[in-house]
Design a protein around this ligand. Structure first.
Ligand SMILES: [Zn+2]
Length: 123
């Protein structure tokens, strides 16, 4: 374990082959000790990240288009089945999702408020 590095002779530095000064010994990483095991481990951890490519921007979760709670879903269904225009429907459903996201669920007051804006199909 504490063997002297065979590359640098134990001083942790090797003469630069291209002339001028010396640099840290790559075999012992400047410790002057033979440490094949730790070098090996370092190499393994060094090559690992290249296999894990960073996630691209396009891999984010898709935009929520439907309420997550039961009440919100029921309410959104009522909106969908109403005779409102598609514009109003999507606006109301977005409102439900936003309310849900900030409040955690849909209160009866909110449900009533949405229902008031939705005219049920008369035919
Ligand atoms: Zn060395």
């Amino acid at each position: 374990m504490n063997e002297t590095c065979g590359i640098c002779g134990g001083d942790g530095q090797i003469a630069n082959a291209f002339g001028g000064g010396s640099k840290r010994c790559p075999a012992c990483n400047g410790t002057g000790r033979k440490s094949e095991e730790s070098t090996l481990l370092r190499d393994v951890t060094k090559t690992k990240p290249s296999h894990h490519r960073p996630q691209g921007k396009g891999e984010r979760a898709p935009k929520q288009t439907w309420p997550a709670t039961f009440e919100g879903g029921q309410l959104a269904k009522e909106v969908q089945q109403s005779s409102c225009s598609e514009d109003i429907k999507s606006k109301l459903i977005r409102e439900i999702i936003e309310y849900e996201t900030s409040h955690g669920n849909c209160t009866q007051t909110f449900i009533k408020k949405i229902r008031k804006q939705v005219r049920p199909r008369s035919s």
